[in-house]
Design a protein around this ligand. Structure first.
Ligand code: PGA
Length: 251
């Protein structure tokens, strides 16, 4: 059985006081022992503090981005996966569509980042997803394949067992337009089949999250799909009530 993961991607939102409040509200509304994994992904400057504050709670902490280089070195402005691990971070989002489109991250760089995250002992959440135009042109599955190909080349079979994949159709992110449960399921099943070509048991255990306008109102029907193992939640993760309702829908 795969355990569900609900991940809150805060993007570039919040300040010290607001984050304290959000976490305190969230802890009050979450079950004391949720039957799923829950993680929040604050902006990088807040990761250490949030990880320290959440250490004795069911809420794990992740980062939204990471350097593709391991070790230390002359990489001005970058944060390494080892540094994130050092301050208590457990997950790292790599290849979010905003990083691909706004900061020019290629699928090769995304794969290198996933590798660096694994080398530091953390879990990469590898994001893939097609644009509106790509879906219209019937290219969705080809796009997903192409985005995952460098991941399959860069990661060993053992490493592939440790990653999480998030399917986030670009046209559904922050737009209020969610993929229908059937549209999402089709792509999730396709992603699982791509992994199964490498290794059946890896595919069976792989957690594939859906992201793109997940809300309390649509979470349960999405999570009821056979190959959806949780959500990567943007906007709704900034609201403690919404986010905890999404977590409950996954339970
Ligand atoms: P959204 O964002 O839930 O606001 O659509 C999802 C994401 O970008 O991870």
């Amino acid at each position: 059985m795969r355990s569900f993961l609900v991940a809150g991607n805060w993007k570039m939102h919040g300040d010290s006081a607001g984050i304290k409040q959000l976490l305190s509200d969230l802890l009050k509304s979450l079950p004391a022992e949720p039957g799923i994994d829950i993680a929040v992904f604050p902006p990088s400057v807040y990761v250490a503090q949030v990880a320290a504050d959440m250490a004795a709670t069911p809420v794990a902490v992740g980062a939204q981005n990471v350097c593709d280089q391991s070790g230390q070195g002359a990489f001005t402005g970058e944060v390494s996966a080892a540094m994130l691990g050092d301050v208590g971070c457990q997950y790292v989002i790599v290849g979010h569509s905003e990083r691909r489109s706004l900061y020019g991250e290629s699928s090769q760089v995304v794969a290198a980042k996933a590798k660096a995250v694994l080398a530091a002992g953390l879990v990469p959440v590898v994001c893939v997803g097609e644009s509106d135009a790509e879906r219209e042109n019937g290219q969705t599955l080809d796009v997903i394949s192409a985005q995952l190909a460098p991941v399959f080349s860069a990661l060993s079979g053992e490493e592939l067992k440790k990653i999480v994949v998030a399917y986030e159709p670009v046209w559904a992110i922050g737009t209020g337009k969610t993929a229908s449960p059937e549209q999402a399921q089709e792509v999730h099943a396709f992603i699982r089949a791509l992994f199964a070509k490498r290794d059946e048991s890896t595919a069976a255990k792989l957690r594939i999250l859906y992201g793109g306008s997940v809300k309390a109102a649509n979470a349960a029907t999405l999570f009821a799909q056979a190959d959806i193992d949780g959500g990567l939640v943007g906007g709704a993760s900034l609201d403690a009530k919404e986010f905890s309702a999404i977590c409950r829908a996954a339970e």
